[in-house]
Design a protein around this ligand. Structure first.
Ligand code: PLP
Length: 469
């Protein structure tokens, strides 16, 4: 069919096949053409967001939902923040993308300098990637190659210490150092072996679970195997995907001390906990720790655009310098690593921490969440509540006295989230653990709403069930 100019002006979308679908079509297409992450597509029920404003998402039916988990733990200052929007638009007027393979751009350079100033110690050298997993892959490879070409090479250092239930992403390298068996057991033949240790949980300070006990276990492993261990890879302070498991105070510092003692590198995965979530810019700063390699992602661009970084100290960097013929460079790269639009969003995000005095406002928000959690802790089906800064979790159990869980197939966490969805809140659970991790820009009133809706949802799901019995 041919269109005349008038028709084109009235309906420019007509030329693009499928550009103006109905909401019903969008639902059908979403279920059929989009393969969603960590989702059983046979039972997927679409939630389709059309736009957003501040800490609220707006779906295609105009329904407003508080973004209770910051769009998978990444949004920081709210959606459509005018400062970040303007920074991206300004950058768009210059250039959207140039490679960083043997080439650079002024925005990404400024970001790297900014990160060097912001991070503790001499974490001065940013290797940019696009997502958290790829930053961790770089961290893992940087540590490996380091031992081949540092001043006193130790090429036998080829393995790692990782932690049970730790999550670092879904690539083969990151699932190897991670410890979430329920996600990865099918891929076991592809994974490389690591030493996997339990990590202490702040809730259970018995003699066999305490911080000191776990540091002793780590020391035993290091004492026996340090000559073959390249690095310890750790999620500092909080195991995110494991269900927001909070480590006891002093563990992270203890890990750093032991890695120094046994000459093993430390890779800190701050993809989830970095950028203000714990109440300080970086989680490692809570315990005055400087890792050898620090990985950032998610919130680095305010949760706007894909960008992550593996940031290395001078010690690591220097091991990679040399004459061209020595071939010491890291042979790793991503087409969009260091993308200037993402870098512009990241610079604006970092500016906003100062301009909006984010850290001065956080204590009141953290306290407000703590107050709600304290009330929820006595609910007959809440087994535990936990919090570190702006990261919080509520664990549903069948019986708090015994700790017995509901059968996982009953999806109690999911049911509470469905209730929340019908009451103006979007959250995503980790099994039967309900996560509260809103943008740092969330207001006190919105925190009240999030927690009240969750409380009502837990009542609804567990009491309806009790009535039915
Ligand atoms: C601690 C941690 N590391 C790494 C990742 C992987 O990041 P991405 O999903 O951007 O690859 C995540 C994602 O949730 C994470 O929580």
């Amino acid at each position: 069919m041919l269109y005349n100019r008038g028709q084109l002006q009235r309906a420019p979308f007509l030329f693009f096949r499928g550009m103006n679908p109905t909401n019903e079509q969008l639902h059908d297409w979403d279920k059929h053409y989009v393969w969603h992450a960590f989702t059983q597509m046979a039972c997927y029920d679409p939630l389709i967001i059309e736009s957003a404003e501040g800490c609220e998402l707006i779906d295609i039916d105009g329904r407003r939902l508080i973004d209770g988990v910051s769009s998978m733990w990444c949004n920081v200052h709210g959606h459509r923040h005018p400062v970040i929007d303007a920074a991206i638009k300004d950058q768009l007027d210059k250039v959207a993308h140039v490679t960083n393979l043997g080439c650079s751009n002024s925005t990404t350079i400024r970001l790297a300098k900014r990160l060097a100033d912001l991070t503790p110690g001499d974490l001065d050298h940013s290797f940019f990637c696009c997502d958290g997993a790829s930053a961790l892959e770089v961290g893992i490879k940087l540590a490996f190659q380091y031992w081949h070409q540092c001043e006193n090479p130790q090429p036998r250092k080829t393995t790692y210490i990782g932690f049970e239930d730790a999550y670092h992403g879904d690539t083969i390298g990151t699932i190897s150092v991670g410890g979430v068996d329920r996600f990865n057991s099918v891929f076991k033949p592809l994974m490389f072996p690591v030493h996997r240790l339990p990590i202490p949980d702040r809730r259970t300070p018995t003699p066999t679970t305490s911080c000191q006990h776990h540091l002793r276990t780590l020391e035993e492993t290091l004492a026996h195997h340090h000559e073959t261990i390249a690095a310890v890879v750790i999620e500092p302070l909080v195991l995110g995907a494991a269900g927001m498991i909070v480590q006891p105070e002093g563990y992270l510092r203890g890990v750093r001390e032991l890695t120094h003692k046994y000459d093993v590198l430390m890779v800190a995965d701050e993809v989830a906990v970095g950028l203000g979530r714990t109440g300080k810019m970086l989680a490692c700063q809570q315990e005055d720790v400087v890792p050898d390699i620090l990985c950032l992602g998610k919130g680095l661009t305010g949760g706007y655009l894909p960008m992550s970084a593996a940031i290395a100290t001078n010690k690591i960097w220097n091991a990679y310098l040399g004459d061209y013929a020595e071939a010491r460079q890291l042979c790793h790269g991503h087409t969009f690593g260091g993308n200037p639009l993402s870098a512009a969003a990241a610079l604006a995000t970092l500016d906003l921490f100062e301009q909006e005095e984010v850290f001065a406002k956080l204590p009141a928000k953290i306290d407000r969440i703590a107050g709600h959690l304290a009330k929820l802790a006595s609910h007959p089906h809440v087994g535990d509540v936990r919090q570190y800064g702006m990261i919080a979790a509520i664990e549903l159990v069948k019986d708090p006295a015994t700790g017995e869980h509901f059968p996982w197939t009953e999806r109690h966490g999911h049911q509470v989230c469905q209730f929340a969805l019908n009451h103006g809140l979007w959250i995503r659970p980790l099994g039967d653990v309900l996560v509260i991790m809103p943008p740092l820009a969330i207001t006190l009133e919105q925190i009240d709403t999030i927690c009240e809706v969750i409380a009502a949802g837990i009542d609804h799901v567990t009491l309806t069930e009790a009535r039915a019995r």
